[in-house]
Design a protein around this ligand. Structure first.
Ligand code: ADP
Ligand code: 5GP
Length: 203
């Protein structure tokens, strides 16, 4: 991967499932249709209602995913909540080649792997104000079974532990959506912003 000029440096966004990453991204893409590009990951999970192949994810079978791993297609890949997810070199190249800043939404195992590549992104952690708020949002979204909510909450603890290790350049607490979005927008546009403080996340 060639070095990126500053304004095209990829932005790796992570944070527990249900914290509001897709909501923030959707707003950004709606406000700036030409400036940014989403790194469309491959996944073996089934599409949720409204999710579009090639836009939200490339939905593939487990065999197809394993073949892509063998072919060296992925910058990083991980198993999360019983499904595979991966970022392909192709998708990041396509976005960056089009002169757009590439935004990745990946979980912590993927972030660790990206740190061993030459992608050199900015690492942003989206934090919930508290774990109980996260639980409510995940349930409130209505996309997950109770078993899936439980798995995702267990993974959320790991995401938060990783953030407590100071693994990210910046933290945004998604408490009030307008406030969080304004901060997110400024980070995405490459402005210098003060990071939020990571909440205790112990409730
Ligand atoms: P993620 O992409 O991180 O898994 P989503 O963007 O799907 O999370 O958000 C999970 C749920 O929380 C959605 O129902 C969304 O509308 C809601 N949500 C997102 N941000 C906020 C916020 N700041 N306050 C209240 N609800 C929110
Ligand atoms: P969801 O199933 O809710 O869309 O995503 C579950 C988790 O997988 C989220 O934390 C999301 O950030 C992460 N994820 C999505 N795509 C990728 C990817 O390509 N690589 C990795 N490592 N995680 C991903």
């Amino acid at each position: 991967m060639p070095p990126f000029p500053d304004f095209l440096r990829p932005l790796v966004m992570s944070g527990p499932s249900g914290v509001g990453k897709s909501t923030l991204l959707q707003r950004l893409f709606a406000e700036f249709p030409d400036k940014f590009g989403f790194s469309v990951s491959h996944t073996t999970r089934l599409p949720r209602p409204g999710e579009v192949h090639g836009k939200h994810y490339y939905f593939v079978s487990r065999d197809e995913f394993l073949k892509l791993i063998d072919e060296g297609a992925f910058i990083e890949h991980a198993e999360f909540s019983g499904n595979f997810y991966g970022t392909s070199f192709m998708t990041v190249r396509e976005v960056s080649g089009a002169g757009r800043r590439c935004l990745l939404d990946i979980e912590a195992q993927g972030v660790r792997q990206v740190k061993n590549t030459d992608l050199n992104p900015v690492y942003l952690f989206i934090s919930p104000p508290s774990l109980s708020t996260l639980r409510d949002r995940l349930r409130g979204r209505g996309t997950e079974s109770e078993a899936s909510v439980a798995k995702r909450l267990a993974m959320a603890l790991k995401e938060c532990d990783y953030a407590k290790e100071d693994a990210h350049d910046l933290v945004i607490v998604n408490d009030d959506l307008d406030r969080a979005y304004n901060l997110f927008k400024r980070v995405a546009l490459g402005e210098n912003v003060d990071s939020d403080r990571l909440p205790p996340l112990d409730d």
